[in-house]
Design a protein around this ligand. Structure first.
Ligand code: AVJ
Length: 323
């Protein structure tokens, strides 16, 4: 007899028409912009996996080292029988480092890339046959509800990778509030947050020598060519990534080398020489700064783990129990 994996799928993928109208609205605005969630088509997801291996990109390996080193402490904080949600689960690689220690009641990966989610979850289920998995295809930044049956008592959200940095602090408080609402009293959040540090180290992480980050950024334009029939000439745009000290964030842009006109879905978009499309913010926090943010969202700091060089932090936060 074969073991049927315990996988349940829930599809809340946004309608495809949303993509074109959102992209066009962003390109019509004064500062042209495309939201970073659009990086992650199949090509972009592959490029991102390569970024995570780059020598300059310290974030992933530092977070993984922390998860490995402090897995037992993390599991102790989370407690038994957790309903464990992961926001933007991607390839579900990081959760593997914790599953044996946490032994959750079930695991609920949430991701916008349906195929990526499907493949990752099937691989995961093979390696963890005891684990009940509810995979949800959803844009976690949009509005969403939990499928019924996932309202177990010890609800924990896992949000690794410093993805919270894509949001402005105001937006981050909004998302953290929503997470606090659905994990509710006694629930927790395990979240990876990149730390403020030397500007040279930060800027190198987003301007790698192999130019994988540049390819990742420019893949957005190729994606618009593929999916919206746009006619971007990608070599007429430059990858730009720099630290904006006033906002404690790395900004990524695509800069038009010259004046040019691009057609997207029957609309003409004009670029001045030097004009940019703002494609990403990656906010950095101090420990205290992130605690302030968490408190505004209704979370209480329980514990924080950092590496000896203070490159990266993992916070465990809780919504206080009802008295
Ligand atoms: C996945 C948002 C955390 O901001 O460092 C990596 C994405 N962009 N290199 C980050 C990213 C360029 C990454 N996050």
């Amino acid at each position: 007899m074969t073991n049927l994996p315990l996988i349940h799928f829930h599809d809340f993928h946004p309608p495809l028409g949303d993509f074109r109208s959102t992209i066009l609205a962003g390109l019509r605005s004064e500062q042209k912009q495309i939201a970073p969630k659009y990086f992650y088509d199949p090509q972009g997801s592959m490029l991102f996996d390569r970024i995570c291996e780059l020598p300059e990109y310290y974030l992933t390996r530092t977070e993984i080292a922390l998860l490995n080193q402090y897995g037992d402490q993390i599991a102790d904080s989370i407690g038994p029988d957790a309903v464990l949600f992961e926001l933007g689960s991607g390839n579900s690689n990081k959760i593997r480092l914790l599953l044996d220690a946490i032994r959750p009641k079930c695991y609920v990966p949430m991701d916008i890339s349906k195929n990526h989610l499907f493949q990752s979850v099937n691989l995961l289920a093979k390696d963890y046959p005891w684990l009940e998995v509810h995979a949800i295809c959803v844009d976690y930044a949009g509005s969403w509800n939990l499928p019924p049956g996932l309202k177990g008592r010890n609800r924990i959200a896992f949000f690794p990778g410093s993805s919270i940095g894509n949001l402005t602090p105001e937006e981050a408080v909004g998302l953290l509030r929503r997470i606090a609402q659905f994990v509710s009293h006694g629930g927790g959040l395990l979240i990876g947050v990149d730390l403020i540090k030397d500007i040279g180290v930060l800027e190198a992480a987003y301007n790698d020598q192999q130019k994988v980050t540049a390819a990742f950024n420019k893949n957005l334009l190729l994606r618009l060519n593929r999916e919206l029939g746009a006619n971007f000439q990608v070599d007429r745009f430059q990858h730009r990534a720099f630290y904006n000290q006033g906002f404690d964030r790395i900004e990524m842009h695509l800069e038009s080398e010259e004046e040019q006109v691009v057609r997207i879905a029957n609309e003409l978009i004009h670029f001045n020489a030097g004009e940019t499309i703002h494609t990403e913010n990656s906010h950095k926090y101090s420990i205290a700064g992130f605690h302030r943010l968490a408190l505004r969202a209704g979370f209480h700091p329980v514990k924080v783990w950092t590496d000896p060089e203070d490159l990266f932090s993992i916070h465990y936060l809780q919504v206080q129990d009802e008295r």
